[in-house]
Design a protein around this ligand. Structure first.
Ligand code: ADP
Ligand code: MG
Length: 322
């Protein structure tokens, strides 16, 4: 199968909202008047971002999910994406599975594949997503103000648990491992929550490298500091509940929840006066939200326990070159 047959077979579909899709030198998007285009790229490299044994459908899902998560963090509505794919050979079973997982998530979000590039090489997937947001309404990292609450969606730390099981540093009962593994391999981009938070959240970021690191980006961009309630965060690890049978030590739970990475949840800030509105946004988007701290004027991140006493444990964000 040649390059163009492959594209036609697995990736070319009738266009819906785009003005022009796969098949020409460029795709054409027609942004609505008054809207800004939100654009983001994420690359997934074999051995670095995923294990070679991962199910291709799950990999297709994840490749798009991590990109949609960036749109969610901006409060942008997904429109379209491009796919640049390098692979060592044409493996039809792999391609069919990958396209299935990818396009199922794309359809769920009405985000169409409008172009890309296909080449031979070590397995590498790069997606660029395009979304739209009313001019001036995007949620940015720079909007947090002293006194704002800090919120986070969903659960944190479970993806990291799965990674540690793969690394052999941790063991989980089979059922708990499947939950953790699904969190790692098929994250849920919080697009509906991002949209519901327009006009409510003052700042937002998605958690890809761990909560402390990504919240740190908000603090730096906003020129503020924060107190983060480590006990509230630690409770957000789904597998921390005794019912999961995982029997995790508190140090492990804390480290995974605060600095695990690969969560693709939204961490965002909002004034205390907006607590009801935030809860309604969570409800309207069927996304759990939890209040985990507050923004302070003094720079730096203070991680405290429920009584306000500082934690001595250090947490660092994932850094590919750190
Ligand atoms: P060009 O040579 O102009 O870069 P290509 O020959 O690489 O174009 O690709 C032909 C068409 O197929 C283009 O419209 C391109 O956007 C699309 N395309 C290539 N690879 C993919 C892919 N993996 N998924 C979707 N569309 C793709
Ligand atoms: Mg090309």
């Amino acid at each position: 199968m040649g390059e163009f047959d492959l594209i036609d077979r697995y990736f070319k579909r009738p266009v819906r909202r785009a003005a022009l899709g796969v098949g020409d030198d460029c795709a054409l998007l027609a942004p609505a008047p008054g809207m800004q285009l939100a654009v983001s790229s994420d690359m997934l490299v074999e051995g670095r971002h995923f294990l070679s044994t991962v199910d291709p459908a799950r990999l297709g899902h994840k490749a798009l999910a991590v990109n949609l998560s960036d749109l969610a963090a901006c409060g942008a509505k997904p429109l379209a994406f491009t796919l640049a794919l390098a692979m060592p050979q044409v493996d039809k079973r792999w391609l069919a599975g990958f396209a299935k997982g990818l396009l199922a998530l794309a359809d769920e979000h009405g985000c169409e594949l409008v172009g890309g590039d296909t080449t031979r090489g070590p397995l590498n997937i790069c997606i660029t997503v395009f979304g739209e947001v009313p001019a001036g309404a995007a949620l940015l990292r720079s909007g947090a103000r002293a006194g704002d609450d800090i919120w986070v969606s969903g659960t944190l730390g479970d993806a990291r648990l799965a990674l540690e099981v793969f690394r052999g540093t941790l063991q989980l009962p089979a059922e708990a491992f499947e939950i953790a593994r699904a969190r790692m391999e098929q994250p849920t981009p919080r697009v509906a929550l991002g949209l519901a938070l327009r006009g409510i959240a003052t700042a937002a970021v998605d958690v890809s490298d761990g909560l402390v690191g990504d919240l740190g980006h908000v603090l730096a961009a906003s020129g503020v500091g924060a107190a983060l309630n480590a006990d509230a965060v630690t409770q957000l690890i789904a597998l921390g509940a005794p019912a999961s049978g995982a029997a995790l030590g508190v140090e492990v739970q804390r480290t995974c929840a605060l600095a695990g990475g690969d969560d693709y949840e939204l961490v965002f800030t909002a004034p205390a006066s907006a607590r009801k509105a935030v809860e309604q946004a969570g409800h309207a988007s069927a996304t759990p939200v939890a209040r985990i701290g507050c923004i302070e004027a003094a720079p730096g991140l203070r991680i405290v326990d429920a009584s306000g006493a500082p934690l001595t444990q250090r947490f660092t964000a994932f850094d590919h070159f750190g």
